[in-house]
Ligand binder design. Structure first.
Ligand SMILES: [Zn+2]
Length: 303
C-alpha cells in the first residue's frame, strides 16, 4: 500500500505477523529491507509490477539491520537487479557470514533454552556502501539521513526521509515487542537507550510518521505524527518496567540468580499468556539488564 506519495509498504507474512519491505519510488528506486526470499516472489515482485516497475529498476537496497527477516531476499535481488547494497558498517562482517552471526544469537543461552538453529534461506554477501551515523544518502530528488540506532542490533539504523518526513525505524523501536519475542528485544541496554534518544532528536526535527518493520505492541506498524511521542514514551516505559522486575528479582536472589527464572518473571510481567515463538529472544533482553545490574555474574557471552 502507498503510505505517502511514492512510498509503499509491502507487508510480507512472518508467522502471524508481517515484516515490512518499503519501496521508495523516486528518481531512484530504493528498497528498504528484503524480508525473506519467498517474500520477493510472492509479495514484492508482483507489487512492483502493479506500480509499473521491475526488480531490474532497483538502484539501491538498504538493510536496516542484519537479521534473517530483513536480509532474506538480498541474494535474489542481487541476482535480479544491478542495485547497490547498503547497511551500517557494523553489518559488513555479519552479512559476510550470516549463519554464524544469526545462530550465535540463537545459541547464546544454550543449553538453558533449546537452540532453534537457522539452517537455510541466507547467503553470504558483500556490502557495497558502508553507512555511518549522520550520513546523508542522496536519492537525487530527496535524501535519507542515517541514524545509527543500536540496542536491538549493533548495526541497526533508522532512516529519515527528507521528502516525506517519514522515519523508517526498522526494529530499533521495539515498544512491547512482538509475538515471537514476548518482550521488547534488545541485547545492549545502553545502545537501546541511545537509539531512543536519537529518535527523540529526530522527532524534535520533525517526523510526519514512524514506519516500523513489524506491528510491535501496541502499534500497527505505522505511527502518525501526533502519536510518535507517546509511542516513544511507551518504549521507555517498557525498559523501566523490565528494569524494575529484574531489580526486584536480584534483590531476593543476589547470591544465586537464575536467568531462566528472571526471564519467566519478565514474560509474566509483560502479561504474556502464550510462550513466545522464539523463546531465546527474551533471554537477550533479560541479560542486557542483568549484565548492568550484576556485572560480576555471567549472563551469556556478550554478542
Ligand atoms: Zn525484524
Amino acid at each position: 500500500m502507498e503510505i505517502a506519495s511514492g512510498i509503499h509498504l509491502l507487508k510480507c507474512p512472518l508467522d502471524s505477523l508481517w515484516t515490512g519491505v518499503f519501496v521508495l519510488a523516486r528518481e531512484k528506486l530504493v528498497v528498504i529491507d528484503t524480508a525473506f526470499d519467498h517474500s520477493l516472489v510472492e509479495v514484492v515482485y508482483p507489487y512492483l509490477e502493479k506500480i509499473g516497475r521491475s526488480p531490474a529498476d532497483i538502484d539501491l537496497v538498504i538493510n536496516t539491520h542484519i537479521h534473517g527477516d530483513h536480509i532474506g531476499g538480498n541474494a535474489r535481488l542481487q541476482r535480479d537487479s544491478r542495485a547497490k547494497f547498503a547497511a551500517h558498517r557494523l553489518g559488513r562482517e555479519k552479512l559476510a557470514n550470516p549463519y554464524f552471526h544469526l545462530n550465535k544469537i540463537r545459541s547464546r543461552f544454550t543449553p538453558l533454552v533449546p537452540f532453534q538453529e537457522i539452517k537455510s534461506g541466507l547467503h553470504p554477501q558483500d556490502i557495497d556502501i558502508d553507512l555511518e551515523h549522520g550520513q546523508i544518502i542522496d536519492l537525487g530528488d530527496s535524501t535519507l539521513r542515517v541514524l545509527h540506532s543500536p540496542g536491538h542490533a549493533a548495526e541497526g539504523i533508522c532512516l529519515h526521509d527528507s521528502a516525506s518526513g517519514i522515519l523508517f525505524t526498522g526494529d530499533a523501536l521495539q515498544g512491547g515487542g512482538t509475538m515471537s519475542t514476548g518482550v521488547a528485544l534488545y541485547h545492549d541496554l545502553d545502545g537501546y537507550l541511545l537509539a531512543l534518544d536519537r529518535v527523540a532528536g529526530a522527532l524534535a526535527d520533525g517526523v510526519t510518521m514512524i514506519a516500523a518493520s513489524h506491528p510491535f505492541d501496541p502499534i500497527s506498524g505505522l505511527v502518525p505524527a501526533a502519536e510518535c511521542s507517546a509511542f516513544l514514551r511507551y518504549c521507555r516505559d517498557k525498559v523501566a518496567r523490565h528494569d524494575a522486575i529484574l531489580r526486584g528479582y536480584l534483590a531476593a536472589h543476589r547470591d544465586a540468580p537464575d536467568l531462566r527464572e528472571a526471564v519467566r518473571l519478565l514474560l509474566e510481567g509483560a502479561g504474556l499468556t502464550t510462550a513466545p515463538t522464539v523463546p531465546v529472544l527474551a533471554y537477550h533482553t533479560a541479560a542486557a539488564h542483568l549484565a548492568k545490574l550484576a556485572p560480576e555474574k555471567q549472563w551469556g557471552e556478550p554478542l
